[in-house]
Design a binder for this molecule. Structure first.
Ligand code: SAM
Length: 463
């Protein structure tokens, strides 16, 4: 390759922001419903609202907004609130559960949930007191043995390097599941499971940094004990309050929109969605940053009985958009399945970097980039089929720095869309983030370092 500088030669007009609200999920942390579960690299509710108002200002009763990578349902819930039918695909069973619970909240019976929360407090009070007393007496193991035994067993095939929960916390967690099993209504059970999933890491010996690792590994102390039922109840009460507000908000609607989330890969979408049926797509696929959604939710998936064995995780990894570097680094040289010379050159360039490092060097990362964009190509092929004529897709992605090379992901999305005859309406930089180290803006050979800004961009495509 002549020079990596070619990457900066893209001619696409780049607009800054253009009225879009910050897409970062941080804005969701305090918002009703969106605050239930934090999910990495989501976009904010405000961003979604803006995009709907801009690109589907006058929806009809059969309009549909799709999020192919729904995460915890930001697009789905904002579309629903606007009375627009919505469909989501989400491969991660925990995120899909959260999206499902949010949509079901439109019709869940508040009284039943209230009663279930009160019942949980009554059930756990004496059990938790007994466990805490035995610890304060210093005979935790003995007392725990003699205390009433939970019926639920820890997930059989879940392994962690250090005990995920300390023994008293684990007892409290198992009793929590005993209680959930007694709940007669499945949608209330799902709310409890989601609430537990939302707080379980905070009661454990692990933490997000932002990947999941042991607390001692991050210089934090172990969690010897935790007020599990109080923590779960606080989350449940937050959920109940938000459900009340949500149901009030939608009570004016003559008819509720249709809303579905498929716990399935979007690459299977053509089995579920009719051709030319989607008005608007608002989505954020996994970034080219190797954030390992599957590994980072392993405890949720096992403890909530959403997977039962390691093989299930491998299946999820295989179907994940982009694959993970850990799963492709040892493959033979993987190349693009389509023709885009400017991208192929970047892949070749990365492949030749740091060869002495073996799969940890350029070869492994080149495979990662190639599989990511091969999936992008398949993704665009599906978009082309399911979007209505003149339908719009707003796709939020970030640039990446891989082996010191900046990859402007949004530019390649636009070019891959063009290969499917999908037009780019615009590329908008919607958020500037931290600054990373890159050698891209300088002569690569001198390897002098320059700071490159990381940002999120909305690629707006039109069929
Ligand atoms: C950047 S996140 C989306 C976050 C979302 N915008 C939100 O607000 O929660 C990308 C999501 O894509 C999901 N995903 C990855 N591969 C997928 C596939 N093949 N089909 C459907 N979802 C997939 C991941 O599990 C992850 O939740």
């Amino acid at each position: 390759m002549s020079s990596i500088k070619q990457l900066n030669l893209f001619k696409t007009e780049r607009n800054t922001n253009d009225g879009f609200k910050d897409p970062g999920a941080l804005g969701n942390k305090k918002l009703p419903m969106h605050r239930w579960v934090t999910w990495i690299a989501g976009f904010s509710a405000a961003f979604t609202k803006d995009a709907i108002e801009k690109y589907l200002p006058t929806p009809k009763s059969d309009s549909i907004i799709l999020d192919p990578f729904a995460g915890v349902g930001t697009t789905l819930i904002e579309s629903f609130k606007k009375g627009i039918n919505t469909i989501g695909f989400e491969i991660n069973p925990f995120a899909a559960l959260v999206s499902q619970v949010k949509l079901e909240s439109a019709v869940v019976e508040q009284r039943m949930l209230e009663k279930a929360i009160a019942g949980y407090t009554c059930f756990m009070g004496p059990i938790e007191r007994l466990i805490d007393q035995s610890i304060s007496k210093g005979d935790s193991n003995e007392a725990l043995q003699s205390a009433q035994r939970p019926k639920t067993q820890p997930p059989r095939n879940f392994r962690s390097r250090i005990p995920f929960f300390s023994p008293p916390v684990e007892q409290k967690v198992l009793f929590t599941f005993d209680y959930i099993d007694t709940l007669p209504d499945e949608s209330i059970q799902r709310i409890f499971k989601m609430a537990f999933g939302a707080v379980m890491v905070s009661c454990s010996n692990y933490s997000y940094e932002p990947s999941l690792g042991s607390r001692p590994g991050a210089g934090r102390s172990l969690i010897e004990n935790a007020a599990v039922s109080q923590i779960v109840t606080r989350k449940l009460k937050e959920i109940l309050a938000d459900i009340k507000e949500f149901q009030d908000e939608i009570s004016m609607m003559e008819k509720l929109p249709k809303a579905t989330v498929y716990r399935q890969s979007f690459f299977e979408a053509l089995k579920r969605i009719d051709s030319s049926s989607i008005d608007l797509i608002i989505t954020s696929p996994p970034y080219l940053n190797n954030y390992h959604y599957v590994r980072n939710t392993r405890p949720h998936l096992f403890w909530l009985d959403l997977v039962s064995q390691p093989k299930d995780l491998q299946e999820l990894e295989k179907e994940n958009y982009g694959k993970f570097w850990q799963t492709v680094r040892e493959l033979e040289a993987t190349n693009l399945h389509f023709d885009l010379p400017v991208l192929q050159e970047v892949i070749e360039y990365v492949r030749n970097l740091n060869q002495a490092k073996g799969v940890y060097g350029g070869q492994g990362w080149a495979n990662y980039i190639a599989t990511y964009f091969n999936d992008t190509y398949s993704f665009m092929a599906i978009l082309k089929k399911i979007l209505k004529s003149k339908g719009i897709a707003v796709i939020v992605v970030g640039n990446s720095i891989i082996q010191g090379i900046e990859i402007k992901v949004e530019e390649f999305f636009s070019r891959i869309a063009a290969l499917h005859e999908i037009e780019t309406e615009g590329i908008y930089i919607v958020r500037q983030k931290r600054v990373g180290s890159s050698i891209v803006n300088t002569g690569v050979r001198e390897k002098s370092k320059q700071k490159t800004e990381l940002y999120d961009a909305a690629v707006v495509l039109k069929r």
